[in-house]
Structures are given as structure tokens and as C-alpha cells.
Design a protein around this ligand. Structure first.
Ligand SMILES: NC(=O)c1ccc[n+]([C@@H]2O[C@H](COP(=O)([O-])OP(=O)(O)OC[C@H]3O[C@@H](n4cnc5c(N)ncnc54)[C@H](OP(=O)(O)O)[C@@H]3O)[C@@H](O)[C@H]2O)c1
Length: 501
């Protein structure tokens, strides 16, 4: 059904707005979720006119628009207001415009504020929305923000305090774009729709769980942001811990936002918080140097635009989390994430305990793999008899995979998230209790690293991280299940200089 709503986009002239937000809103328009009763106010400092703004919006949706009149009709719902978020006067103009559009488009007082700008502005914006009475309580009022949610527990708490003086938790939608619906559904479906897995989802049967978020790209044009953040804060604090909590949580009472959140938070609380020494023992980092892959050369991280030439920012993290509860006693959760790795892929490997199989003399472990990106699906490695004479056991892979269009940081993912926000469904957004616990766990690691002055381990661009990431598992008598570099090396696409020594 058509939604009646006024959007206000702060940071309307920026990259996020044009690459993600306008195309998502247009998709919703094409689907009929937005039709006549919506309007968008775009604001930023640049002195644009409505006409220019609409041109920008039309440009950003050019690939999606096959009907010029439809695109122009969509763009006619967009209005621009030049505005410095620090200037109280400007909120009065914004309020007047909002009231006018609300009545013109009959938006019923429903408002969504999208903060497509740096987090240091969030508190100021929220306070002005309240003090200048842009928030009226007439319809639903929601605020959508992108990561990063703070840079430490302290800054995240300050940010949350500022937002929660104005908005309830149920009105705050923190985007974690990896947490699109399909991610939660893929993991939940495998776990809870299959009694054969549910029965063995514990320390008695599972030896270890591995979560990999691998990117083959480097920092692209976001070197400035990334160099201040690094892989630990950019990926582990949010996306990786979200997936870990979905895997580790107890079965929720019902499949809804509140029950799932409750169980995820319990799982996060049960993750062992390391002391600094334990953090150094259980987490390793690395930075990519130049490398070659399939005849192509890749530059070192320190040579990327907007990255300090002596940067100590990690572009790779691997680590081991332990969960202190009955279900997971003694089961390590190994995680890794990095840029310029061999292959792009988000996947989870659940490695089952090896049976003491004296009958056939084999010790192969069953592995359940959940693929999240770029393909979606799962596979199960089971032991079977090798074809032919004799009786040799070999691992066989039962697999189901299909392309995943709707995942990740894509306009499609934003479209889903927008719609969830309009429907008031926060299931696919992260909540303060989760963010808070994640920062508690991550701060210790960050601080331990910051006080360590030894050289940062290196890895060649387009390999699977530094030697230390492999040692981490080997010292426990284990290894990574997913080793794409091996696959490429066997096919001559990866030089032996990238071999992990
Ligand atoms: N781009 C992405 O794909 C992406 C992905 C994940 C997260 N994010 C996050 O999303 C946020 C926005 O990212 P972005 O890439 O779109 O940044 P950006 O291109 O630098 O855009 C920033 C926006 O803020 C506006 N702005 C800056 N200072 C202002 C002020 N004092 N008053 C009013 N407007 C002001 C800028 O417009 P004027 O200069 O015209 O004022 C611009 O529209 C950041 O927090 C980023 O970390 C972005």
C-alpha cells in the first residue's frame, strides 16, 4: 500500500544520498510503495535550487528509469533547502517547508529523517529537530543513520545519549547493511528450519565456527575514512559480531524483532571480554602491501589515495571469540575480515567434530557452509564412498547456491531497509544494546593494539591475510576451511610469492 510520508535527507548533496538513497526511493516509487503522498526535502550547505536538485536526483536514477515521464514525476516530489546543520535559524525555514509539503502531499505528519552525513552532526541535528519543533508527534517520526555508530564505547554512548534525548530506541534505525533481511533469514532458516542441524547446534557436536567477510577491493575512494577506522571498527564491531550473535543465540521464542534481539544480546553478553594480554593473543591484524593477481598488479595500502604513507591502520583482522555459556563451552568462533583479499565472499563454516571412526580409518570433519555473498546458499561436506573398486572414503559436497542480488551495500538492500523503516520494523537494524556490547569487546582489542609498537604484519594484496592469521588456528590444531588462495594458486592465477610461509 502507498506510504504517506515526508522524508528529510541531511547531506542531500553527498555521495551516499545520490548513490544509494535516491535510487532506493525510486525503486519504492516504481513498486507503488511511494506514489502521490510523499515528498523529500534534501538539505546541505550548497546553495542549490529545486530545479538543480531534481536534475541531480534524475541523474542518480538514470540507470533505473526506463520511462522519462515517470522519473520526472518522481523527481518533482523533491525539494531542496540550503542549510547548515549548526545554524538554528535554518531549522525554522526547514520546519516551514516541511509543514507546507506535509499539507500539500497529505503526509499525515509522518516523518523520516535520514542523516547521510558525518556522525559528529547527529546530536546537533536531533536536538534542533526537537527544539525547533519539527517533531510534532502527529504521525510516526523515525531517524535513520548509517555506520559508524561511534568510534569507541565512549563516543558511541555520547552519540546515543544525544539521540535518545529526542528519540526512543524504537524510533532510531541504525543501518547495518549486511544485516539485510536475507542475512538473518539465511542463517535462521538453516538453523531453525532443519531439525537435523538444530539438534547438533552445540559444543557436543560442533568443533569450531568460522566467519569470513572477505573483500577483494581495496579502500577505493574512501581512504580518508578508512585510515581513521581500520578493519576492526569497520567490520568486526558491527557486521561480524552481528552474524556471530545470530549463530550463537538461543532459539527465540517467536520469530520477531523483540525476541530475536533479546537472544542476540544475551549471546553478545556471553562473549568473553578479554584482558589486554588475551586480546593480543587472540586477535591478529595485518596491512596489505603490493601484490599481483591474475596478471594484474595492486598497490600497497600505504600508496592508496588519502592514506598516510606511514599508516598503521589494519586492513585485515583475524581473531578468536569464546562464548561462556553452556551451549558453546570450549567452541572457538574464529572471525576474519579484510580488504584486498584473494576473493570477495561472506561465508560461515560450521566445522563439526571428527568422529573417532575406527571402522573406516577416516577422520574427515563434516562442514556446513552458509554462503551469504556474492552467492547465497549452503553446502554440507559429508563422507562417502569413492566410486570404483575398493572401499575408500572421500569427502563429498552437497551444495545449493544462487546469486544473491539483495544483499550487501547495494541500492536493493537500502530499498528493503527503507521499507522496513516505513513499516516500523527494526528487525534488520542494529540496536543500542548490541552496539554497546560490541564496543565493550572491541575497545579492549583496539587499546591493546594501540599500545603495541611492533611492526604491523603484512600480506600481499589479493592473498588471504598475514601468516599470523593461519597460525592463530594452527596453534589450536585447526585450519581455515575456506582457502580460496589455494584454489587460485593451483590454477596458476596467483603467484607463489603470495604463498603463506
Ligand atoms: N558513501 C557511502 O557509501 C557510505 C557507506 C557507509 C556509510 N556512510 C556514512 O554516511 C555518511 C555520509 O557519507 P557520504 O559518503 O555521503 O559523505 P559526503 O559525500 O562527504 O557527504 C556529506 C554531506 O554532508 C553535507 N554537510 C557537511 N557538512 C555540513 C553542514 N555543516 N551542514 C549541512 N550539511 C553538511 C555535505 O554537503 P555540503 O558540502 O553541500 O554541505 C554532504 O551532502 C558518513 O557518515 C559516512 O560514514 C557512507
Amino acid at each position: 500500500m502507498e506510504k504517506q510520508v515526508l522524508f528529510t535527507i541531511f547531506g542531500a548533496t553527498g555521495d551516499l544520498a545520490s548513490r544509494k538513497l535516491y535510487p532506493s526511493l525510486f525503486r519504492l516509487f516504481k513498486r507503488g510503495e511511494l506514489a502521490e503522498h510523499f515528498a523529500v526535502i534534501g538539505t546541505a550547505r550548497r546553495p542549490w535550487s529545486d530545479a538543480h536538485y531534481r536534475e541531480v536526483v534524475l541523474d542518480s536514477i538514470a540507470d533505473l528509469a526506463n520511462d522519462k515521464r515517470q522519473a520526472e514525476h518522481f523527481a518533482s516530489h523533491f525539494y531542496y533547502q540550503s542549510h547548515d546543520v549548526a545554524d538554528a535559524e535554518h531549522y525554522i525555514t526547514l520546519k516551514n517547508l516541511g509543514e507546507k509539503l506535509s499539507s500539500q502531499y497529505q503526509t499525515l505528519g509522518n516523518q523520516v529523517f535520514f542523516l547521510a552525513m558525518a556522525p559528529q552532526f547527529f546530536g546537533t541535528i536531533a536536538q534542533h529537530l526537537k527544539s525547533e519543533e519539527i517533531l510534532t508527534g502527529k504521525g510516526f517520526e523515525r531517524i535513520v543513520i548509517e555506520k559508524p555508530f561511534g568510534e569507541s564505547l565512549e563516543t558511541a554512548t555520547e552519540l546515543n545519549d544525544a539521540l535518545s534525548q529526542v528519540f526512543d530506541e524504537s524510533q532510531i534505525f541504525r543501518i547495518d547493511h549486511y544485516l539485510g533481511k536475507e542475512m538473518i533469514q539465511s542463517v535462521s532458516a538453516v538453523r531453525f528450519a532443519n531439525p537435523i542441524f538444530e539438534a547438533v547446534w552445540n559444543h557436543q557436536f560442533i568443533d569450531n565456527i568460522q566467519i569470513t567477510f572477505a573483500e577483494s577491493i581495496g579502500v577505493e575512494d574512501r581512504g580518508g575514512y578508512y585510515d581513521r577506522s581500520g578493519a576492526l571498527k569497520d567490520m568486526i564491531q558491527n557486521h561480524v559480531l552481528q552474524v556471530l550473535s545470530l549463530l550463537a543465540m538461543e532459539k527465540p521464542e517467536t520469530y520477531d524483532e523483540a525476541s530475536i534481539l533479546e537472544e542476540k544480546v544475551k549471546a553478545l553478553q556471553a562473549i568473553r571480554k578479554y584482558n589486554p594480554q588475551e586480546a593480543l593473543e587472540n586477535f591478529v591484524r595485518g596491512q596489505y602491501v603490493s601484490g599481483e593477481f591474475d596478471g594484474q598488479n595492486f598497490i600497497a595500502y600505504r600508496s592508496e589515495p588519502n592514506v598516510a604513507p606511514d599508516s598503521r591502520t589494519e586492513t585485515f583482522v583475524a581473531g578468536k571469540f569464546l562464548i561462556d555459556n553452556e551451549r558453546w563451552a570450549g567452541v572457538p568462533f574464529y572471525v576474519r575480515s579484510g580488504k584486498r583479499l584473494t576473493e570477495k565472499g561472506t561465508r560461515i563454516n560450521i566445522v563439526f567434530k571428527a568422529g573417532q571412526n575406527s571402522l573406516f580409518g577416516t577422520n574427515e570433519q563434516n562442514v556446513l557452509t552458509i554462503y551469504i555473498q556474492p552467492t547465497e546458499g549452503f553446502s554440507l561436506t559429508v563422507n562417502g564412498k569413492q566410486a570404483g573398486a575398493g572401499f575408500d572414503i572421500e569427502p563429498l559436497r552437497l551444495a545449493f547456491r544462487h546469486d544473491s542480488e539483495y544483499l550487501g551495500n547495494s541500492p536493493e538492500a537500502y530499498e528493503t531497509l527503507f521499507l522496513d523503516c516505513l513499516n516500523g520494523n527494526g528487525m534488520n537494524f542494529s540496536h543500542w544494546q548490541e552496539a554497546k556490547r560490541a564496543w565493550e569487546l572491541i575497545d579492549v582489542i583496539r587499546q591493546a593494539w594501540d599500545s603495541e609498537k611492533s611492526d604491523l604484519p603484512e600480506y600481499p594484496a589479493r592473498s588471504m591475510g598475514p601468516r599470523a592469521a593461519f597460525d592463530l588456528l594452527e596453534r589450536d590444531g585447526r585450519s581455515w576451511s575456506w582457502v580460496p588462495d589455494q584454489w587460485y594458486r593451483e590454477r596458476g592465477l596467483l603467484g607463489t610469492e603470495t604463498e603463506i610461509k
